[in-house]
Design a protein around this ligand. Sequence first.
Ligand code: HAM
Length: 436
Amino acid sequence: MQPKVTAVKGFRDVLPAEARHRRRILDAVERVLESYGYAEIELPLLERGELFSRSVGVTSDIVEKEMYAFEDRDGTLVALRPEGTASVVRAYLEAGLSRSEPVARLYYQGPMFRRERPQKGRYRQFTQIGAELLGREDPEADAETLCLVEDLCRAAGIGKVTIEVNSLGDAICRPRYRDLLAAFGRALGTRLCEDCRSRLDRNPLRILDCKNDACRAATADAPLMMDHLCEPCRRHNDRVIELTTAAGVALGENRRMVRGLDYYCRTAFEISAGGLGAQAAVGGGGRYDGLVAELGGPETPGIGFAFGLERMVMAAESAAAGAITEGEGAATGPDFFIAPISETAAATALAIARRLRGVSRVVELGASDRKLKAQLKLADRAGAHWVVILGDDELARGRAGVRDLRRRRDYADCVDLAAAGSEIVGAVEGKSKGEA
Ligand code: HAM
């Protein structure tokens, strides 16, 4: 049924079955991040728009076309964050971590906003889980990051992934390459789409990224950054590949990868999973050695990545052939369903429910204005293990019976209504075990 007011296009609800699946993946990913020494940081959803134009880049699609940016009531230009890296760097500088923690490992998770064309796996509000390592420029840091990426994918259960890497050069070699590529692009004239032609002056690297078939054909033999790296960038890249491969992580090279955010230099990578169709990228990242300085801090290198949680869930589902309502992602149902069948029994039902919850049992409470049959149906549908039925007779005797819905058995008078939660659990579980 359609409500009178529906959700905004591209914004979606996460219903309990999917929420459980997301929680399981997040927990697994966070355990891996913490085992690598990363600590969680919580960041605001709203930032100054300038933060992203200075970092992600004014000519990037994200800032130019997709950012939810608006003027606040006091005239400040603000934006719903489209990604997390810029905020981590801002927070790192604002909290003075650049002085107290010269090497910082931080992770974050939460909603990001991009006004893209919505489709399966692409939303206007989506969730990222990302990690940033600040203060390390050595290739060992890149290799460890790529190992982390692989371990994290395995822990999340998203099936087989491909990690593709490229080098995007640095402030020395990239400007030279950029001019070369722009000249190559200009010579192609109208063989390039209008979008690409307009990119030639502002951000020529993006012509390698165009999805248009004619552009892809025209740029098939374009010069590639990898063939124009300066010596330090080449050594860095070779060492990253050597170390990562020695650690047993298989990398694919993708020399046309440019990434959609401007802050990257040297190592850039993308992670894709099978079964996701057009939105195969589950995550992406890379090195951003100039970003801290660009945002007003001391020269500080950095490397990080972010995964899209919605795409991880899709990949995990496809890897487990649609197991979202089964296995680990499934609800287990409450331990107890308490069914009060008279108004006076409702207070005792509430008290017993709290005692049972106090000893970590999951309890669902029925409503006394419902007939017993209706309450039993609810208990069944919820997947409850035991049902305690409380009426005036039970209150008078001070004891109630229990129905074991899994074994379809009734145990008379086994609950002492005045007993502590642990005693009730002991009595009920004892009965079930005795019968087993
Ligand atoms: P990104 O490649 O723009 O990188 O996004 C990372 C991941 O977020 C993507 O691989 C994808 O899984 C997910 N994602 C992006 N847009 C959407 C969308 N509209 N709907 C669903 N999922 C989406 C970054 O954001 C960088 N900040 C990553 C990084 C961290 N680089 C260094 N540190």
